[in-house]
Design a protein around this ligand. Structure first.
Ligand code: HAM
Length: 427
C-alpha cells in the first residue's frame, strides 16, 4: 500500500524543488540588495507565544504538539512572534535600524482551499527601530523587488494599502467606541468577497448606534484618499486628518522609490492578525482572482507586549503558494540553465579508476561533474549526458585512449569534439 503525504502538503521532486529554489533565490536577492540580514528561529515555539500575540484566527490554525515534556508546543504558523521574542532578548545590544529577513517553512491548520495549504514557505522582511513611514516604504519596495525578480510587473500584482491607525481615528471621529472596532474590521475584511448589500447586513449586526452605522457604511464605500480626507473634514475630525496625511506620506515615499504604479489605497485592507497598529497592506493579483500573495504592516506595540522596550516595527510576509499559482498562470519559470559542466562516460570497466581521478581533478577545479558509474553503450550514454543538461560529455576509453591516454571531449552545445591528453591540462 502506497502512503500519501498529509493532506494539503506538497512533495518537492527535483523539478518542483528547482522552482522553489528559483522563488527563494529571487527573495534572497531582493533582501540582500537592500541590506537586510538573514535570521531564523526554531520550527517549534511554545504555544504561549502565539496565544498572547497573534490573535484568535492564528491560534485556531495552530498545529499543537502534545509534547513529551511539560511545555505545550506548536509548529510555527508565522515568524513575527519569533522575531519579536528574539529581538526582545537582545534588544539593548542590537544596532538600529534592525533590518532582518528570513525564508522558512510554516504550518497552519487550514481547511485547505485554493492558495492556502497546511504547509508553505514564507518570506519575511522586517525593519525595527525606525519611526515614521520611511521603513514601511522600504519593506513594501523590497516586496515589489522580489516579485520583479521573478518577472512579474504592475500588470500582474498590486499593493493595496490602508492604515489601521487612520481607520481607528475615523471610527472614533464617527463616535464609535474602540471596543467595536475589531468587529467592524472583520466585516471590512470581507468587502472584496461579498456584495455591498451583504456587507451592509453584516455591519448592521454589529450593534452600532444608528448614526454610527450610517457613517461606517459611508466610510467603507470610499475608494480614494481624497474622498476620505473630505469625509474627515466634514466630520471636523483633526486626528483623522493627521492620519490621512501620514498615509499620503507613505504613497509619496513609494513614488520616490519608483513603486507608485504598484500602489493603491484600499479601505478594505485591515489584516487578520491582531498586532498591527498603523499602515497595513496586502499584495494582490491585479485580476483579483487569487488569495493574497503577501501582507504586512506596522506593529509598534508588539515588543512591549513581549516584555521588551517599546520599539517601532513593520514588515511583511509573502507565501510561495499563491505566488506559484500566479507565476504558472503568467508562464514564468526558472531559466533552464545547465546544472552540470561535465558528464563523464567510461567506455571500459578497467578505466573506472582513471575516470574517478579525472572526476576528482575537475571537481577540484571548481567544475560541476557527474559520471555514469559503469561502462555502457556510447550513444546511449551520450544521450544521457545531453539529458543531464551538461555542457560537455567526456569519453574515456575510446580509440584515442589506446593511441596515447587521450580522452574525447564533446561540446554538447556546439557539437564539436576535441581530443586532449588525459594527464595534461584539458582546458
Ligand atoms: P499573513 O497575512 O498571515 O501575515 O501571511 C502572509 C502571507 O503568507 C499570505 O499573504 C500568504 O501568501 C502566505 N500564507 C499565509 N497562510 C498561508 C497558507 N495556509 N498557505 C499558503 N500561504 C499562506 C503574516 O504571517 C505576518 N506575520 C506577516 C508579517 C511579517 N507582518 C509583519 N511582518
Amino acid at each position: 500500500m502506497k502512503i500519501a503525504p498529509p493532506k494539503y502538503t506538497r512533495d518537492f521532486y527535483p523539478e518542483e524543488m528547482r522552482r522553489r529554489e528559483w522563488i527563494e533565490g529571487a527573495w534572497h536577492a531582493a533582501s540582500r540588495s537592500a541590506g537586510f540580514l538573514p535570521w531564523d528561529g526554531p520550527i517549534l515555539e511554545t504555544l504561549e507565544l502565539y496565544k498572547r500575540k497573534s490573535g484568535e484566527e492564528i491560534v485556531e490554525q495552530l498545529f499543537n504538539i502534545a509534547s513529551k515534556g511539560s511545555q505545550e508546543l506548536a509548529v510555527r504558523p508565522e515568524m513575527t512572534p519569533s522575531l519579536a521574542r528574539m529581538i526582545v532578548t537582545k534588544q539593548s545590544s542590537l544596532p538600529r535600524p534592525i533590518k532582518w529577513y528570513t525564508i522558512g517553512r510554516m504550518c497552519r491548520y487550514e481547511r485547505g482551499q485554493r492558495g492556502r495549504l497546511r504547509e508553505f514557505w514564507q518570506w519575511n522582511v522586517d525593519v525595527l527601530g525606525v519611526e515614521g513611514t520611511v521603513a514601511d516604504a522600504e519593506v513594501i519596495s523590497v516586496a515589489i523587488d522580489g516579485l520583479e525578480n521573478l518577472g512579474l510587473t504592475d500588470a500582474d500584482v498590486g499593493v493595496h494599502l490602508n492604515s489601521r491607525r487612520m481607520l481607528s481615528a475615523l471610527l472614533i471621529g464617527a463616535g464609535i467606541e474602540e471596543a467595536l472596532h475589531g468587529a467592524i474590521y472583520a466585516v471590512a475584511d470581507k468587502r472584496s468577497k461579498l456584495p455591498t448589500e451583504e456587507i451592509d447586513k453584516l455591519f448592521a449586526k454589529i450593534g452600532l448606534p444608528e448614526s454610527g452605522l450610517a457613517k461606517v457604511k459611508d466610510l467603507f464605500r470610499l475608494t480614494s484618499l481624497d474622498e476620505l480626507q473630505s469625509l474627515a473634514r466634514e466630520w471636523a475630525d483633526e486626528a483623522s486628518l493627521v492620519e490621512v496625511d501620514q498615509l499620503r506620506d507613505l504613497f509619496d515615499l513609494l513614488a520616490h522609490l519608483g513603486k507608485e504604479k504598484y500602489c493603491r489605497f484600499d479601505i478594505g485592507i485591515v489584516r487578520g492578525l491582531a498586532y498591527y497598529t498603523g499602515p497595513v497592506f496586502e499584495i494582490l493579483d491585479v485580476k483579483g482572482e487569487l488569495r493574497a500573495i503577501g501582507g504586512g504592516g506596522r506593529y509598534d506595540r508588539l515588543m512591549e507586549t513581549m516584555g521588551g522596550q517599546a520599539m517601532p516595527a513593520c514588515g511583511f510576509g509573502m507565501g510561495d503558494v499563491t505566488l506559484g499559482e500566479l507565476l504558472t498562470e503568467r508562464n514564468l519559470s526558472p531559466a533552464s540553465e545547465g546544472l552540470l559542466d561535465d558528464f563523464i562516460i567510461p567506455v571500459r570497466a578497467e578505466l573506472i579508476p582513471d575516470m574517478l581521478k579525472l572526476v576528482a581533478r575537475r571537481r577540484k577545479e571548481g567544475r560541476r561533474v557527474d559520471y555514469f558509474p559503469k561502462p555502457g553503450n556510447r550513444d546511449k550514454l551520450l544521450k544521457r549526458a545531453i539529458d543531464t543538461g551538461a555542457r560537455h560529455a567526456i569519453l574515456i576509453g575510446g580509440p584515442e585512449w589506446d593511441s596515447g591516454r587521450q580522452v574525447l571531449i564533446r561540446d554538447l552545445q556546439t557539437r564539436t569534439e576535441t581530443i586532449v591528453p588525459f594527464d595534461g591540462s584539458m582546458d
